[in-house]
Write a protein that binds this ligand. Structure first.
Ligand SMILES: NC(=O)c1ccc[n+]([C@@H]2O[C@H](COP(=O)([O-])OP(=O)(O)OC[C@H]3O[C@@H](n4cnc5c(N)ncnc54)[C@H](O)[C@@H]3O)[C@@H](O)[C@H]2O)c1
Length: 350
């Protein structure tokens, strides 16, 4: 591999998210698909004409043997990730895995340790960190444009039709679908945009009576972050209205920062202002531009050793937060993240 030759990616998994990833990669000249794997031939057939030069496989072992790749992109459901990651590291390849890394925290720690032992990079697909709006919230907080952030309120209310043909089906039957498939992104953004670790979490998860999900599709958390920043989080996939409502407001000692749409619409006001002022953002196509930027950061790390923002180690802290929140909901008690990290052998990052 030279710096100018395309970076060759073996993509494993071609479902809802995998089709997006294949499009993102195919649109780039500096990246090439060395192969696409899906255990379901019916997923591969429709793309044969679209990707005539890409070898297609129904088995990852065969694909690892038959193709020459610089990294693997894993877009399979999370319950198979540990076995797949072990095979990928045994083949000597860096890994970019979709979130959540696993549905079991001990397994996630094992994957990150396996990468470390193999001396190979591992990154996790927290693409929303790369949305223009997320970068801007982080910047406004970092520069203290409106002073010290004191508290935040993050609400994501959606009535997600998990039976819709375009969506994956396993969230309908898994444990904690909201926390592990969706809130994981939000809790990660809270850590990332505030650039602070969570110190304590109190949480309640539950499933509304009319839910189509077998397990809890509502999450409510109170998070205490470093510097005493308090965040109130509510997320639902089972709202009483089909229109998605999103708002993330951060109150600082000299004003507020407010994001009013899921992927854009950022505004701010100083304490005495009568109206909000919009904050200009670079254009950004959600899921595509942010994922492409995440991929660039991963490639730069593999090729040039630049810092890896969405590293496996970093992801363990977000995943641990999800599991600490679940523990809090089950015990009815607040959970200290320092104690939780020690219990699972996770670096606290502070
Ligand atoms: N970051 C994001 O914005 C985002 C968005 C959607 C989904 N995701 C994540 O992407 C992952 C996949 O989600 P999805 O919606 O594509 O699910 P999906 O169920 O639509 O697709 C998964 C695909 O993996 C294939 N597969 C299963 N086991 C395999 C194996 N051992 N080898 C090869 N292929 C295998 C299945 O046949 C299926 O085609 C999940 O972890 C999900 O959380 C992330």
């Amino acid at each position: 591999m030279t710096a100018n030759s395309p970076f060759r990616i073996l993509q494993v998994g071609l479902g809802n998210r995998g089709r997006m990833w294949a499009e993102i990669i195919a649109a780039r000249e500096d990246v090439a698909l060395s192969g696409i794997v899906d255990v379901d031939p019916a997923r591969l057939e429709p793309i044969r004409a679209q990707y005539p030069d890409t070898p297609l496989f129904t088995d990852m072992t065969a694909a690892l043997e038959a193709s020459t790749s610089d990294a693997v992109l894993l877009v399979t459901p999370p319950d198979g990730h540990l076995a797949q990651a072990r095979q990928i590291f045994a083949a000597g390849l860096p890994l970019l895995a979709e979130k959540p890394l696993t549905l079991d925290l001990v397994e996630a720690v094992e994957i990150v340790q396996a990468a470390r032992q193999a001396g190979l990079p591992i990154a996790v697909g927290l693409n929303f960190r790369y949305l223009a709006v997320s970068r801007m919230v982080r910047e406004l907080v970092r520069t203290e444009e409106l002073g010290m952030p004191g508290f935040g309120q993050f609400t994501y209310q959606r009535n997600r039709d998990g039976r819709a043909p375009r969506l994956n089906k396993y969230p309908l039957t898994m444990q904690h679908p909201m926390m592990l498939e969706q809130s994981i992104h939000h809790l990660d953004l809270i850590r990332f945009c505030y650039d602070r670790e969570v110190e304590t979490v109190s949480c309640r998860t539950w499933n509304p009576a009319w839910s189509m999900y077998a397990h809890d599709s509502n999450v409510s958390c109170l998070l205490t972050l470093e510097d005493g920043l308090e965040v109130n989080y509510l997320g639902t996939w089972t709202g009483g209205w089909n229109e998605l409502q999103f708002e993330w407001r951060t109150d600082c000692d000299q004003g507020i920062i407010i994001q009013r749409q899921l992927f854009d619409d950022l505004a701010m006001a100083r304490t005495q202002d009568a109206a909000l002022r919009p904050v200009a953002l670079e254009p950004c196509t959600p899921f595509y531009d942010d994922s492409s930027a995440l991929l660039t950061a991963f490639i730069n790390h593999v090729r040039e050793g630049t810092p890896l923002e969405c590293s496996g180690e970093d992801h363990l802290r977000t995943l641990a937060l999800c599991f600490a929140a679940i523990e809090s909901s089950e015990s009815g008690k607040a959970v200290s993240m320092a104690e939780f990290f020690t219990r699972f052998g996770i670096d606290s990052g502070t």
